[in-house]
Write a protein that binds this ligand. Structure first.
Ligand SMILES: Cc1cc2nc3c(=O)[nH]c(=O)nc-3n(C[C@H](O)[C@H](O)[C@H](O)COP(=O)(O)OP(=O)(O)OC[C@H]3O[C@@H](n4cnc5c(N)ncnc54)[C@H](O)[C@@H]3O)c2cc1C
Length: 362
């Protein structure tokens, strides 16, 4: 059985590993001239690490990443903890995107062929037993099958960067006035930080944007100022925060499946986009060619997570003074145990058992 995977990002490579390990011949088509990822950090929660375990690379990713400090939580701009989350005993790693990519690419079995520099334009021209659209938020495969799914703009934007060599001892998110937020965590190659704030997307140079961030977040607790001061403008990434609305169906007929952002790009408020792409990948690999079971298992879960992430962004990113104050008070009144369980609730997931040999390819 032959599968074509369109897109060699996190979801596409993970799907190719999973299908290849189950005996499929797989061709990955990636439009970039080479495999690899630019980007900053990614938080991988226990659900993602279980998916990576299934692909045989959970331990490698964990050792390439940084551990979140065990005492984490939501803080106010002056550094007071509004709610604390104790992560002791939970697997949670923050990894440089390029490291995750490299480990995924290194784990591709010999039955997988990767063709780079190939941009799929005509989905009808693809001929295989299974076609997997893993081509991100602007997916051609999805647009071909489900043209009514549109991109929804949250009105918020993000900045991200990695700062090498500046150790930090605390992690989590800080919520300040007027919808501005800052988060930081150690990765295997420096500290990853992000800012989320009301739009629009800035058009000035990276230097001007960094200057705006330093000005806006002046007086926020340590190490925010030091991280911004140490950031190389060339490392700064700036994007709008968007999701797909409605979430796309995850299969079209018996031959086409969607994974990752192609089906359910989400705002990053729960740090679950790539985690869900990894869940999709191992679920599809376990159940293919039964796309009906794949979609039935995945769709309700991702729909809930996309919506929860959206709502979370509306709350903590609210521009209004009053809403911001209400959020900060609610977070302060929330018992720590409840804060921890709500952060970890979406991570309770186990990979499905592979289909019986009769349903599996040769
Ligand atoms: C600010 C921000 C912070 C985030 N933080 C986190 C986090 O902490 N944790 C987390 O789990 N997730 C996070 N995410 C989400 C995560 O980045 C995505 O969910 C994840 O990258 C999706 O992977 P994917 O493989 O589905 O898509 P992509 O990474 O977009 O990969 C798609 C691939 O397909 C290729 N492609 C596209 N079109 C074609 C075509 N026509 N032909 C051939 N190839 C094509 C592209 O070149 C690309 O390589 C964050 C996202 C943002 C924006």
């Amino acid at each position: 059985m032959h599968a074509i995977v369109v897109g060699g990002g996190i979801g596409g490579l993970a799907t190719a590993i999973g299908l290849g390990r189950r005996g499929w011949d797989v061709t990955v088509l990636e439009r970039q001239p080479q495999l690899g990822a630019i980007g900053a950090g990614l938080s991988l929660w226990p659900n993602a690490l279980r998916a990576l375990d299934r692909l045989g690379i959970g331990a490698a990713v964990e050792s390439a990443g940084g551990r979140m400090p065990e005492r984490s939580g939501m803080r106010a701009a002056d550094g007071r903890y509004l709610s604390r989350v104790d992560l002791t005993g939970h697997r949670l790693v923050v990894v440089h995107r390029a490291d995750l990519h490299e480990i995924l690419a290194g784990a591709l079995p010999p039955s997988v062929t990767v063709r780079t520099g190939v941009e799929v334009a005509d989905v009808d021209a693809l001929d295989a037993d299974l076609i997997v659209g893993a081509d991100g938020i602007r997916s051609r495969v999805r647009a071909h099958c489900f043209p009514n799914v549109g991109i929804r703009d949250s009105g918020q934007v993000s900045w991200r960067a990695i700062v090498p060599d500046l150790p930090i001892t605390s992690g989590g998110e800080t919520v300040g006035p007027r919808g501005w937020r800052f988060g930081a965590a150690p990765t295997g190659r420096g500290v990853y930080w992000y800012v989320a704030a009301p739009g629009p997307l800035r058009t000035g140079s990276a230097e001007e944007q960094l200057e705006e961030l330093r000005e806006r977040l002046k007086g926020w607790h340590d190490p925010i100022g030091r991280l911004l001061a140490a950031t190389d403008p060339a490392a700064l990434l700036h994007h709008p925060l968007q999701d797909l609305h409605p979430v796309a169906p995850m299969r079209s007929g018996d031959r086409v499946a969607l994974v990752g952002d192609a089906a359910h790009a989400m705002t990053p408020n729960l740090g679950q986009g790539a985690c869900q792409a990894l869940e999709d990948a191992v679920t599809l690999a376990a159940l293919a060619p039964d796309l009906g079971r794949y979609a039935a298992l995945r769709e309700p879960r991702v729909r809930r997570i996309v919506e929860r992430s959206w709502q979370m962004g509306r709350l903590v990113g609210a521009k209004g003074r009053l809403t911001g104050a209400v959020v900060r008070t609610a977070a302060r009144l929330l018992p720590d145990r409840l804060a921890a369980s709500s952060a970890l609730a979406v991570t309770e997931w186990e990979p499905p058992a592979p289909a019986t040999p009769a349903g599996a390819p040769r």
